[in-house]
Design a binder for this molecule. Structure first.
Ligand code: ADP
Ligand code: XUL
Length: 485
């Protein structure tokens, strides 16, 4: 696509807590950034952290219409700030992985004929068979997971096909749950999108295909053949293939923006819509990760991922199709207790201030005098454990730490877990391994200090150098006391 300072490209991120956009020029310089925070800027949806946690504490959803309204608000913010949409050559972006949107029969017609005089959210309010989208934080589908694994011949067999054993948040089990618990809504459903393909559908004015990378997070796709796995589809729900539509490469050009955007905002009719993908695959592409690098994303969730050529799916962690190179893969481990416990402990131990939180990290030594903690505020994914677990230097369980010790224990525990689980999966973290950090908490240099070696930190947002940190001599020993697998 044409480069140069005059061209401009928009990248959107439909994430858990907010909708973000950046505009880059043809030299990849960021020229505009903006965002809409769901909780504070769209209070009518009454979310906390962008989600609704239901009474069972396991079901977690976000309103479909909130994402749509966020796009209305964001584009208007940009227009009011004088952004020239006519310069935009192409749009793409990412979405939180695994979340799903259930479009009601007739929604395609509405998407095809959007009225440029009206807000999107007013036109699409009747378009969803389910008002609330299951999102990646949901862990309510254990029964469906068991059923899916049994249907294909076990957890390892499912991983051999789809790259992962059955996970509660993966879309296949979520669809199976809706099919069984809400049969009317399911039969009213004309198309199921991931959050990413839902976002590209909004720009395209038509249903957009699911891309290979984000499609790998569903337990429904054969990641080696890059097509739906019939045995997995059949285990989830009937006539699923037609409800899911086609799959597409992650960098495919899907078409041009719909008339709605040219007429309402002045986009050029030639502005391309490139497939959206999952936020982690999007980070891999955006960080220009290379083979041998390790990426750590510190967003609402924490993830560790790397580029691999020779995938060996196992019953821990995930293998996704690589969004950049169709012959490659990415391996990923996801930790649900990322930003939320950091924010909780910041509020409890640092008066709500990241600056005081950082000062506590600076004032405590590496290794925290042997004090170690695991903070699973909600049921963790890796490992599947819950609760807060603190141990003193003698390995005895304790019920509290001094505030500064608590802050360091949280961070060291989070990073130890990343390292231990990555090594368990066979990832080699060698002296020369580059560790690249991204996500909201990567703006905090004192958090980045916690990584093990001097590493180059190269995120799209920042370019810093990580300093030394030595780890407790045997992290496996430290962790195996309280991780279940
Ligand atoms: P997501 O894309 O999942 O919505 P982001 O990658 O944008 O999340 O990260 C948002 C998170 O970044 C916030 O929830 C907040 O906890 C964290 N964050 C922002 N600034 C800091 C900071 N200075 N120190 C630590 N964490 C921070
Ligand atoms: C990855 C995962 C999370 C979401 C967060 O498997 O569940 O990282 O993508 O947005």
């Amino acid at each position: 696509m044409a480069g140069g300072a005059d061209s401009c490209f928009l990248g959107f991120d439909f994430s858990t807590q907010q909708l973000k956009v950046i505009a880059v020029d043809g030299n990849l310089e960021v020229i505009v950034q903006s965002s809409v925070q769901f909780d504070s800027e769209l209070p009518e949806f009454r979310t906390r952290g962008g989600v609704h946690i239901h009474d069972d504490k396991l079901t977690v959803t976000s309103p479909a219409l909130m994402f749509v309204k966020a796009l209305d608000v964001l584009l208007e913010k940009m227009r009011n700030a004088g952004f020239d949409f006519s310069r935009v050559k192409a749009i793409s972006g990412s979405g939180q992985q695994h979340g799903s949107v259930f479009w009601r029969k007739g929604a395609r017609q509405t998407l095809n004929h959007l009225d440029p005089q009206k807000h999107l959210h007013l036109q699409l309010q009747e378009c969803f068979a389910l008002q609330d989208c299951p999102v990646w934080m949901d862990s309510s589908t254990s029964d469906q997971c068991q059923f899916l694994e049994a249907a294909v011949g076990g957890a390892q067999r499912l991983a051999d096909i789809t790259g992962s054993r059955a996970y509660e948040r993966f879309t296949g089990s979520q669809i199976a749950k809706i099919y069984r618990s809400k049969p009317e809504e399911f039969s009213e459903t004309e198309r199921i999108s991931l959050i990413s393909s839902f976002a590209s559908s909004l720009f395209l004015g038509d249903y957009a295909p699911i891309d290979f990378s984000d499609g790998s997070g569903m337990n429904l796709m054969d990641i080696f053949e890059r097509r739906w796995s019939q045995v997995c589809l059949d285990a989830a729900a009937p006539q699923l293939a037609e409800r899911l539509g086609d799959l597409t490469p992650s960098a495919a050009v899907l078409g041009c923006v719909s008339l709605y955007y040219t007429e309402r905002f002045g986009f050029a009719p030639s502005c391309k819509v490139v497939a959206f993908t999952g936020d982690n695959p999007g980070s891999l592409a955006g960080m220009r990760l290379q083979e041998g690098d390790l990426a750590v994303s510190l967003g609402t969730s924490d993830t560790v991922f790397l580029w691999i050529r020779d995938p060996r799916p196992s019953t821990e962690g995930h293998i996704f199709c690589n969004p950049v190179d169709c012959g490659a893969y990415m391996a990923l481990i996801c930790f649900k207790n990322g930003s939320f416990p950091r924010e909780r402990i910041r509020d409890e131990c640092a008066g709500g201030s990241w600056e005081r939180f950082s000062a506590a990290l600076r004032s405590t030594p590496m290794g925290n005098h042997g004090n170690l903690g695991m903070y699973f505020d909600v049921m963790e994914i890796t490992p599947p454990a819950a609760g807060v677990h603190r141990f003193n230097a003698e390995g005895q369980r304790v019920s509290w730490f001094e505030q500064d010790v608590e802050i360091r224990a949280l961070l060291e525990g989070q990073f130890l877990a990343k390292r231990v689980h990555a090594e368990k999966l066979g990832y080699k973290i060698l002296a020369g391994t580059r560790v690249l950090a991204t996500g909201g908490a990567s703006s905090n240099k004192d958090i980045l200090q916690l990584w093990r070696q001097k590493q180059e930190h190269r995120s799209p947002r920042r370019s810093e150098t990580l300093q030394n940190l030595s780890w407790p001599s045997d992290p496996h020993q430290e962790l195996k006391r309280f991780t279940r697998r």
